[in-house]
Design a protein around this ligand. Structure first.
Ligand code: SF4
Ligand code: ZN
Ligand code: ZN
Length: 314
């Protein structure tokens, strides 16, 4: 709570002291009203984008970080009792020494606390290599970053895990910050096709792909972290040793500076892309998907991206 907040009452309930000022809306909220506001926002997002049906089985991709764990807690609270939907956590073990073990243990203890089942999928079991081994085997002239390898392999592992537990939806903890950073990165890379794909609800372009939803796509990262703090959710805050994607970090700092000076910037960028996405879809060619000649998973060329990457390190 900063000095300006001292003695000010929450302007939602007018009962309890405010502890948080939401700059883009001018609200000052107490802890209880703040957490209720995040839960309502997530519910409203789910309804607005028609993310869930009453009989869905949702696989929540849980990394052990604040965003995926806040999402898991909110979905269990808001969806499990109200819908017939069942929730299961998918925990990916990439195999990152001195990092992932702690995250796994935190993710599991949250699942136990919430009494939900979880399924762990490890890179070692699925691909024969941990991420550490893959990174150490990369060729010197390899252009793709550790995160590019990890991202492709993790997406495939999550999709595989979701199918294994017979889920028909995958919920990820991507926040508004993640979404806007990705939008700008795709613009910087001139990648129109990816710009059209990053929707709050994914299009199922092959029957083996489980539909992905992003219920946090309109929640700021700092509010997701604050929710975890207010709700005493234990999460891992140690950064991944490979997290050094220079361009994303630059974009993150730039957006945070803009948001600080011009509250609401991130949301405006997100809304603008949502509005122009139908036009973008018309001018980009849709990829057709067949099956990977190695693993049989969906692929737009002969090998899926994961097999093609693994081929380069085998
Ligand atoms: Fe994977 Fe990069 Fe995230 Fe680490 S920071 S878990 S390497 S995507
Ligand atoms: Zn209040
Ligand atoms: Zn493959």
């Amino acid at each position: 709570m900063n000095d300006a907040m001292k003695d000010s009452l929450c302007n939602s309930c007018n009962l309890r002291p405010a502890f948080f000022a939401r700059t883009y809306s001018g609200e000052r909220l107490c802890r209880k009203c703040f957490s209720l506001s995040i839960e309502s926002k997530v519910k409203a997002t789910i309804n607005k984008y028609k993310m869930l049906r009453f009989d869905d089985r949702i696989a929540v991709a849980v990394s052990g970080g604040k965003d995926s764990l806040s999402l898991l807690h909110i979905l269990v609270k808001t969806e499990k009792n109200q819908l017939k939907s069942s929730i299961i956590a998918i925990i990916i073990d990439e195999g990152i020494q001195n990092y992932r073990d702690e995250a796994l243990q935190i993710a599991i203890s949250n699942c136990n606390e919430l009494r939900i089942d979880y399924q762990i999928i490890s890179f070692k079991d699925l691909y024969g290599f941990t991420l550490d081994e893959i990174i150490s085997r990369r060729k010197k002239n390899e252009k793709q970053s550790s995160c590019a390898f990890c991202g492709v392999l993790r997406r495939k592992a999550i999709n595989y895990g979701a199918r294994l537990v017979k889920a028909n939806k995958i919920a990820t903890g991507h926040t508004l910050d993640d979404e806007v950073q990705t939008i700008l990165l795709n613009i910087f890379h001139g990648d129109l096709s990816r710009l059209t794909k990053g929707k709050p609800v994914s299009e199922v372009v092959h029957p083996c792909f489980v539909q992905k939803i992003k219920p946090f796509c309109e929640v700021l990262e700092r509010e997701s972290a604050l929710y975890a703090y207010v709700k005493n959710i234990r999460f891992q805050d140690k950064p991944c040793p490979y997290a050094s994607e220079a361009l994303r970090n630059d974009v993150r700092s730039m957006l945070n500076n803009m948001e600080e000076k011009h509250a609401g910037t991130k949301f405006t960028i997100f809304k603008t892309i949502e509005k122009i996405r139908p036009v973008l879809e018309q001018i980009t060619r849709k990829k057709s998907f067949g099956e990977c000649s190695n693993c049989g998973e969906p692929a737009s060329l002969g090998l899926c991206k994961a097999c093609e990457m693994l081929d380069r390190v085998s």
